[in-house]
Design a binder for this molecule. Sequence first.
Ligand SMILES: [Zn+2]
Ligand SMILES: [Zn+2]
Length: 408
Amino acid sequence: MAPATESLTDLQKEIFTKISNNEVAELKTLLTANKMKMDFVDENGMSPLQHACYKGNKEIVQMLLDQGADVNSCQHEHGYTALHFAALSGNAELCHLLMSYGARLTATNSVGRTPAQMAAFVGNHNCVATINNFIPKADIDYYIKPQGLQTEPMLLPHLADSFHKFIMEVNVHPVRVAINLQKCPGLLENLVKVQKVLEAMRHREMTRGVETNEVMAFKYHYLSCVTAEIIKCQKRQEAMKAERSDKEKINDEAEEKKSDAVELLVRKFLKCSKTDGNPEYQEAFLREAVREFPFRESTIFRQMVATLAGSDPPSAVSVVSAAINGQRGFSDNLQVCVTCGEEKATKKCSKCKAVQYCDRECQRLHWFMHKKACARLGQSSNNVKLSDADKVQIGNAVSSRLQNLAVN
Ligand SMILES: [Zn+2]
Ligand SMILES: [Zn+2]
């Protein structure tokens, strides 16, 4: 049943035109002046919201959602939902917005593909990761209310938003996870509780019957391992402080920063061995985290263990992130932050221009490792080219080795 365009009013046609031309301000004026329902569709069954998603325009999508557009309404001739179109557009933030409005992750189009599968099909890996890492707010509600005989909830309600944001972060590089814990207000002061909730969520993902999600279970497990590691550092720091406080007071701010548990752990994660230049502590920590996953019968566990046990295995951080976020090509994301693995890191070290960072904070954290290499890399401009070529080569090698590690 193809909806007829003739039945569209001039105003409705105008709305479609404004959306396809990305005319944000004009559309806003139009929508403010005419309070109307957004449930009409064009000749292909596409709603205004779906058009805006196809264009990848988050601002317009927000406007239409405010106007009451239904995220899951679907009259499209091939069964595409707004989230399918957003996934095709490549705008991960837009995908996140739609999901926070309740967009169904499992909706399939006429060829049986979900939004995440469509995103993967066209190579929009950020959208795939964002969709796969999305957690409905309702999943956390359970933990902020006392259950059964509990007198208090596992997680204090005011931490719910911080915690929700923390567990949905896509980048699972251990340095980034540690920084995120520090950045999300309130979490660092409540790490023991955070870890308990993560363990409970890990268990729940494995006991959902047909909806059992090994990948999410492993992600919660992994986050709980990093959390536990920071708790350990905090305890050690406190013990050291108590020992020292009698003799000398720490007034120096730099000294205080160095004694910060997250900072200390980040430095451990980044420290590379002199012999092979690999981050030994990070590698050992990640391998241990994989080994400690309690669901040993799961596919994800067996695949990771097999990959790490192979001869000349890829780095543990690439195995862990591939397990959680799926395969990604390396060719288009060479701009990776050397500190935290964040993609599209656009800031370069101004001295050598050979390494990239997300921001000043990442550069600061990495400086103790980079300062020696910086002088050497800066000496010849050829080195920059060489290093890029190296990165491509390494990227391809890792990528081909990871081919067999398909999860899902
Ligand atoms: Zn970074
Ligand atoms: Zn440098």
